[in-house]
Design a protein around this ligand. Structure first.
Ligand SMILES: [Zn+2]
Length: 94
């Protein structure tokens, strides 16, 4: 019997959350907050980061623990901020 097991990139979950948090925060008031710009920033950041695909809840927890180490979080934040700056230079304003 086939089951629909979700395949999740834990890096993507983290990146999308951080992009949303930062774009709606006080640091980027002039940047476009639309879903397209949010997704574009996430895509740029994710193309510069290692993927951590998982198929079970246990592996997801393990990947989260790994990615939440200071060194990993610092790298993720660096790529997200870089990506937001690239998108912020675009003329797309809603
Ligand atoms: Zn936009």
């Amino acid at each position: 019997m086939e089951q629909n097991v979700p395949l999740i990139n834990v890096t993507e979950e983290l990146v999308r959350g951080i992009v949303r948090f930062l774009l709606h925060g006080p640091e980027y008031p002039t940047y476009c907050h639309c879903e397209v710009c949010e997704a574009k920033a996430s895509a740029i950041a994710l193309n510069h980061l290692e993927s951590h695909y998982v198929a079970t809840v246990e592996d997801r927890d393990r990947a989260f623990s790994y990615l939440k180490q200071p060194k990993q979080i610092a790298e993720i934040n660096k790529q997200v901020i870089h990506a937001i700056h690239i998108i912020g230079q675009n003329t797309h304003k809603s």
